[in-house]
Design a protein around this ligand. Structure first.
Ligand SMILES: [Zn+2]
Length: 327
């Protein structure tokens, strides 16, 4: 049977309608209906998936916005930190320049002192930094714009420290040398070894005719005449090395001032120090007299350097010319 009948029920009172349809038409009708139903179901399913994804995307968006806000805050605080560190770095640089200036001035003073004291000029201080004998801050320092990496400033800082340490050491040498020189000056005869105003030179240093024998001889010191028992003083710091009674020089005192320098005082009336005693400049060591081979009250004053008799007048800096003339 290839046909089927379809009865159409209409409103009451109207006759029934009967359609005679071919069987494939009915099959087609149901097939299409089924297909539409499946299609609708698929669409509903897809719609649900889409909605779900939308929701997920929305919540992800919220999270991303939160993170962006967080990172903005971080950037703001980092910027603040950079600004404050830039400020600190600028302050540090200015302090460093001040220190460099100070050190440079000290260095110049040190060089002057060394020149004055005839000390060897220390190259080592300026060798590393040929920049006017100092060290360099410009260039390296100015190129540091981001203070986050402050390695450069650390290096610079340690250079300042080591420079000042070297300078300190060098200055210590200068001070030591000054102390040595001061000690040397203390130990160099520099005043008339006679305490009294009314004194005069009775015999010069050098070749002379001996007043006792009438023969030519070498006078190894100077004779200073004055009142009987005029105090005789040490012209420098030293140590008494000899006290003697000599046939020619009479009562004598010898003082060793330095390794290479000693003085002797002859014809003394009496001696005021003991052998081995330390004496200071100006200290009384004896009194003027006439002992030994002598024609009158005077002191024979000798200065010996490196075993050689020197002219004592060159070691009398407080009395010159008319105040100690030859009579
Ligand atoms: Zn003499």
């Amino acid at each position: 049977m290839s046909r089927a009948k379809v009865v159409w029920f209409s409103e009451s009172g109207k006759p029934l309608k009967v359609f005679s349809l071919r069987k494939w038409v009915i099959t087609l009708f149901f097939g299409v209906s089924l297909l539409l139903l499946i299609l609708s179901l698929v669409l509903v399913f897809l719609n649900r998936i889409y909605l779900h994804r939308m929701e997920a995307a929305e919540s992800e968006n919220v999270e991303l916005n939160r993170r962006i806000a967080e990172q903005k805050e971080q950037i703001r605080s980092l910027k603040q930190s950079v600004a404050s560190q830039n400020k600190s770095l600028a302050e540090f640089k200015s302090k460093l320049r001040e220190s460099e200036k100070e050190l440079q001035e000290i260095r110049e003073m040190e060089i002057k002192l060394r020149r004055f004291l005839d000390l060897e000029h220390k190259q080592s201080l300026s060798e590393k930094h040929s920049h006017q004998g100092g060290f360099q801050t410009d260039g390296d320092m100015d190129s540091v714009e981001i203070p986050m990496d402050n390695a450069t400033s650390k290096v610079q800082n340690s250079e300042v420290v080591s420079y000042s340490l070297r300078l300190k050491q060098s200055l210590r040498e200068v001070i030591n040398s000054l102390e040595e020189k001061r000690e040397r000056l203390h130990r160099t005869p520099s005043i008339l070894p006679v305490k009294g105003e009314d004194v005069w030179l009775s015999c010069d240093f050098g070749r002379r005719t001996n007043p006792m024998t009438g023969r030519k001889e070498f006078h190894s010191g100077v004779d200073v005449a004055g009142g009987y028992k005029t105090p005789i003083i040490s012209p420098a710091k030293g140590r008494v090395t000899r006290i003697a009674k000599n046939r020619i020089l009479g009562k004598t005192v010898r003082i060793r001032h330095r390794k290479d320098m000693r003085t002797t005082y002859g014809h003394l009336h009496s001696i005021a120090v003991k052998a081995g005693e330390h004496v200071e400049r100006g200290q009384v060591v004896g009194y003027m007299g006439n002992t030994g081979r002598s024609t009158g009250t005077h002191v024979h004053y000798e200065v010996v350097k490196n075993g050689k008799a020197m002219d004592p007048m060159n070691y009398i800096l407080d009395r010159k010319g008319e105040t100690l003339s030859l009579r």
